[in-house]
Design a binder for this molecule. Structure first.
Ligand code: FAD
Length: 452
């Protein structure tokens, strides 16, 4: 069946079938040769080798449902990436868009949606197939986050935190035992993951963390509180970085995997937020919580250094989240400006409005170039600290600027919940704060630049 798909230019009924097949590939009886050919198809997405898109796919109504205004200038639309983009877009339109405002108003975290996303491969994007993941790279990952964020920033944030923080930390530094134990559950959406670095008194200044772990036989005893944790209540698996050595010693912190239900581990206060309201944010509290030695990620004392590496990837995903929000706000603004008439003309014909749109489009494309550059380096396993910080800093600031201008273009209607731009405006602000504020990104960029 896979062979026939390849020979016939992969004609699937729905684009999401493509990711489903990828997930199921190792469960089929397909020969190694067929699987190799199929994987080569996916590799083309990373290397950019073009494969002709079948005409009947291009004509599908899914493409017409949400016209992607930016796509004409998107240089990363090789055909496989386009299939993945369409798959994520299709999913977001069907499973997220109808409920966006309901979830936002009630601050409801839709855990059932995450189980469904797991079936579609969105929760194990970077995880190899041997652990039940989609085995894709950062370009595909960025595309998926962007498409989801165009519809709902909250769900985009949760998908980003799950994939690039918790799951990627386990993938990057876990032992074989830990990877086999946790990755299949995380990658297939059987559970969502959390990642805890921040504490009430230490956000940007994470090295001063107070949460501690002390050794007791073949266990560690954790005490303290992590705050602002995405999925702090619903996360079944949490990676936490805590102090195991001296204060301000970068080798004095260690990362552990903690399972929900472990005695001494409980959720605390859920935050009532300005935006990103459907993404759960809560405290995680450790009170004499005993964790086995086998749940240490990597070496004792490496936790902070690991966290900084994980944040390089995490910042690329927050940049993609920012870009998705900005594109959503921009596309809504273009459409509205052509429909809304004042003084006998569509408002898009006023230079004051069209110049806003020109600025928005230019900044979004500049963001995309920075993001794709960082994703390229990350895929190539090259150092990308500076490029990831630049992408995160620039794209998040652009996201706030673009969604602010979008509200202005919508006028009074933009100030209501009947139109989507007020939510983009609220959601965008998180992007300049989470996973390192804009000020911290500038510190990182300056440090790297001055290194020479
Ligand atoms: C919705 C949401 C989800 C989150 N999810 C997670 C999560 O899953 N896991 C997790 O670990 N954390 C998470 N966080 C925490 C987030 O990473 C922190 O909020 C962020 O790092 C900033 O820390 P802070 O809030 O303590 O601000 P502070 O560090 O107190 O900063 C306050 C202000 O001072 C500025 N500042 C601080 N230090 C300097 C300096 N040296 N130079 C110049 N300016 C400075 C900052 O830029 C900021 O403007 C989340 C936060 C939010 C809001």
């Amino acid at each position: 069946m896979l062979r026939r798909c390849l020979q016939n230019n992969i004609i699937f009924k729905f684009p999401s079938d493509y990711l489903l097949l990828l997930l199921q590939i190792h469960h089929t009886t397909a020969s190694k040769e067929i699987i190799r050919d199929f994987r080569m198809e996916m590799k083309r997405a990373v290397t950019g080798q073009a494969r002709k898109t079948p005409d009947n796919f291009k004509q599908r109504s899914l493409f017409e449902k949400q016209p992607d205004i930016m796509s004409q200038t998107d240089h990363y639309h090789n055909d496989n990436l386009q299939l993945i983009r369409q798959s994520a877009r299709d999913f977001a339109e069907t499973h997220i868009r109808p409920y966006v405002m309901e979830w936002d108003e009630s601050q409801y975290f839709p855990i059932e949606l995450f189980h469904e996303m797991g079936h579609h491969g969105f929760l194990g994007v970077l995880v190899p197939e041997q652990y039940g993941g989609a085995g894709l790279g950062y370009q595909e990952y960025v595309t998926i986050i962007e498409e989801i964020a165009k519809v709902c920033g909250s769900i985009g944030l949760s998908v980003a935190a799950h994939n690039s923080l918790c799951t990627n930390h386990i993938l990057s530094f876990g032992s074989d035992y830990i990877k086999e134990k946790f990755l299949p559950r995380l990658a297939t959406g059987k559970c969502v993951g959390a990642w805890g670095l921040t504490e009430p008194n230490t956000g940007s200044d994470a090295m001063r963390m107070q949460c501690v772990a002390t050794k007791d036989g073949d266990h560690w005893v954790l005490n303290g509180t992590k705050c602002w944790i995405t999925h702090g209540i619903s996360g079944e698996v949490a990676v936490v970085i805590v102090r195991t050595g001296e204060l301000l010693d970068s080798r004095g912190m260690t990362a552990f995997v903690v399972e929900r239900g472990t005695p001494g581990f409980k959720a605390g206060k859920k935050e009532n937020k300005l935006g990103m309201r459907a993404s759960e944010t809560a405290e995680m509290i450790f009170d004499n919580c005993r964790i086995p030695d086998s749940h240490v990620l990597g070496e004792v004392g490496d936790g902070f250094i690991q966290a900084m590496k994980i944040l390089d990837g995490g910042r690329i995903s927050i940049a993609a989240l920012s870009m998705g929000i900005a594109k959503g706000a921009y596309e809504a603004s273009v459409k509205y400006s052509k429909e809304r008439h004042q003084f006998g003309h569509p408002i898009s014909q006023f230079q004051a409005i069209s110049f806003k749109l020109a600025d928005m489009a230019t900044k979004i494309e500049a963001s995309e170039l920075l993001i794709r550059q960082a994703a390229y380096l990350k895929n190539a396993h090259e150092k990308c600290t500076k490029q990831a910080a630049m992408a995160k800093y620039y794209a998040s600031e652009v996201s706030v600027q673009v969604s602010t201008e979008a509200v202005q273009i919508f006028g009074g209607y933009g100030y209501t919940k009947d139109f989507p731009v007020e939510k983009f405006y609220r959601d965008s602000k998180l992007c300049t704060i989470g996973e390192g504020t804009s000020e911290v990104q500038k510190l990182v960029i300056a440090r790297e630049a001055l290194r020479g």
